[in-house]
Write a protein that binds this ligand. Sequence first.
Ligand SMILES: Cc1cc2nc3c(=O)[nH]c(=O)nc-3n(C[C@H](O)[C@H](O)[C@H](O)COP(=O)(O)OP(=O)(O)OC[C@H]3O[C@@H](n4cnc5c(N)ncnc54)[C@H](O)[C@@H]3O)c2cc1C
Length: 456
Amino acid sequence: MIGDELIYNSLVDIVGKDSVSNRQEELYMYSRDPGAQPPRKVDYVVMPKTVEEVQKIVILANKGKIPITPMGGGLTLSALTVPIKGGIVLDMKRMDKIIEVNEKSKYAIVEAGVSQGMLKSYLEKNYPHLQHSTPEAPPMATIVGNALICGHGHLTSMHGINSNMINGMEVVLPTGEICKIGSCSISPYWFTRGPLPDLAGLFVGWFGTTGIVTKISIQLFPNPRLRDLVVFSTDDPDSLPEIIFRVFQTEIAENFFIIAQDKPDWMYGHIYIVILITGNSEQEFELKKRELTGMFDERVEFMEETPPAFRKRFLDVPPFAATAADFAKGGGFEYVGGILPIEEIPKAWRGTFEIVRRYKVVFSIAVQPLDCGHSVMFGPIYSFNRAHEEDIERVRKIMGDSNKMILELGGILWKAELPGQRLMMERMDANTLELMKKVKKALDPNGIMNPGNWGD
Ligand SMILES: Cc1cc2nc3c(=O)[nH]c(=O)nc-3n(C[C@H](O)[C@H](O)[C@H](O)COP(=O)(O)OP(=O)(O)OC[C@H]3O[C@@H](n4cnc5c(N)ncnc54)[C@H](O)[C@@H]3O)c2cc1C
């Protein structure tokens, strides 16, 4: 082990004194995130600018056995960037270059600190006919952070989850070597992950425990000229699997949400089906609309007048989910992102209502079919007043109950907080868990990368 002062001075030597801090008032923000998980201790925050600086930090951390937690926007709500064992938070925001847009092969190569907002504005200005899949998260969420946690964007219903859109990565391994993943390991083009052994799986879904991604190539898609939404309502959760199935027998939906909320009063007790459609001409648009409105049985009602609140919520890209869910008016907001098979939605729907009525919380729920309806993100959203500890504690308990229900229905927890990770590891096939441990040990022999997540 090396002493605190020596570590601090070594970090200053690497990144300069303006980009490292051990001051309590600056560490405060890094010791918590916007979700309901408790705060934890951070020793240093370091903001590298180059991949060489990242390498040097990793080498130092190995010498001193200092934990490193990589951070983009720090917005998962499940405290994945709040270190479990202290040490360094590696805030990637200064690595903010958009390196290349390849218009014809439709990808962008960006550094790890590039945010959703930065790429979106850049494309709007320079390539308005292209777009990337944007989550509902605040615009400071990073492209890398979102892709690494298998995030969902506004193109996910049609094109699959955002981690599937990774064409390649540059990674600093926990032992300091720089490694290229995908076609960029062979070719100057960062245009595909295959056909090669898919090494992206060593980093996607690992919560920063296996390496530090410094660059990513992310797929871009055509940006259609027209976008609108078509809304239906139903009171029957049993109809939802069939609705999803029918919609994805066509290629009409750009994005798709099923929502229900206690507030405002007109929404209480109803289920709303919001389908975003796009087109490059009025005719294409009208055809799609007509096809959709004739698709369902009498349990599903077409809403001739789209509620203005839905236009605001869903037509902005990204849609601003947080405002829709801040019922407790205290800024606190957390959701379970259970990934479920389509047929389990009705049981999850009823189970969630049973949980929220038991805890007497006002809540909302958003279900987003993924990848042409191969699964759904089932997201009950619980708001809390950040000023009230008992309010936050209640949400932690509800999250625990909701997590168990999702797992009992055969689902998987998405970007799970520590207690949720533990629940999954308890249920995981023993050989799979062992394989995960071997992979982690091989990549990170000193256990410095975001320790505590997925292990120990
Ligand atoms: C209001 C609101 C709405 C949201 N809506 C959505 C949504 O629609 N879809 C969605 O997918 N998510 C959503 N989220 C969750 C989350 O904000 C996003 O997924 C976000 O994109 C995560 O990116 P980030 O930069 O904040 O990642 P971070 O929280 O910084 O990091 C996520 C994980 O990746 C690791 N990591 C980060 N950078 C690196 C790196 N360079 N190398 C290695 N590991 C790294 C971290 O250690 C952590 O484990 C929402 C959150 C909020 C608050």
